[in-house]
Design a protein around this ligand. Structure first.
Ligand SMILES: [Fe+2]
Ligand SMILES: [Fe+2]
Length: 121
């Protein structure tokens, strides 16, 4: 659990999340993409939250709150199949990508650094 090499999963999963978000812009994309995003996001968040819990990450509450906001955004987008035109796709892809970028390069980096330092103690 604490081996440095294991934190590579975090970057790899973020990469997949950005790839799924790119798919939303495709004109053939439908709610299926959102289902994929929801499933993958849930697995990813759950894994980060497990690490935070097991390692006693001090920023855990704030980080989980941030995940919960994203979970809520995705839930709110579900069930609006009638709105899936190019403009809608563009708006949600941009919004979710901006959110994820801020999260991944901000709060997730703090977690990554924490996990890294847990490795060497
Ligand atoms: Fe993450
Ligand atoms: Fe996170």
């Amino acid at each position: 659990m604490r081996k440095t090499s294991e934190i590579i999963w975090q970057d790899a999963q973020h990469q997949v999340l950005f790839e799924i978000l790119d798919l939303i812009k495709d004109s053939r994309a439908d709610e299926e993409v959102l289902n994929r995003l929801k499933d993958y996001t849930e697995n990813h968040f759950a894994l980060e939250e497990r690490y935070m819990q097991e390692l006693g990450f001090p920023g855990m509450a704030e980080h989980i709150e941030s995940h919960d906001r994203f979970r809520k955004e995705i839930d709110q987008l579900m069930g609006h199949a009638e709105a899936w035109d190019d403009q809608f796709r563009e708006i949600i892809a941009t919004f979710l990508t901006e959110w994820l970028t801020r999260h991944v390069f901000g709060i997730d980096k703090e977690l990554e650094t924490f996990i890294y330092h847990c490795d060497i103690r």
